[in-house]
Write a protein that binds this ligand. Structure first.
Ligand SMILES: [Zn+2]
Length: 66
């Protein structure tokens, strides 16, 4: 699997010292506030008010297309 997009700023303190944490994909640790957080994909929403069409199944295009 290719490397996923990385967050640029800590969502809690705004610092930029983020590094992958542990072995799992999508978990990051902030070096400034020491928080560990997880990014995960929820699904597709056509616009700001529509409900999310869940696409959690890895059969969707894009996942693992390396
Ligand atoms: Zn932080």
């Amino acid at each position: 699997m290719t490397e996923r997009a990385a967050p640029f700023y800590c969502p809690y303190c705004g610092d930029e010292d983020l590094r992958p944490f542990g072995d799992k994909h999508g978990e990051w640790r902030c070096g400034a506030c020491q928080r560990v957080f997880r990014l995960n994909y929820v699904g597709i929403a056509a616009d700001w008010t529509s409900s999310v069409r869940s696409a959690a199944k890895p059969s969707a295009a894009g996942e693992g297309a390396s």
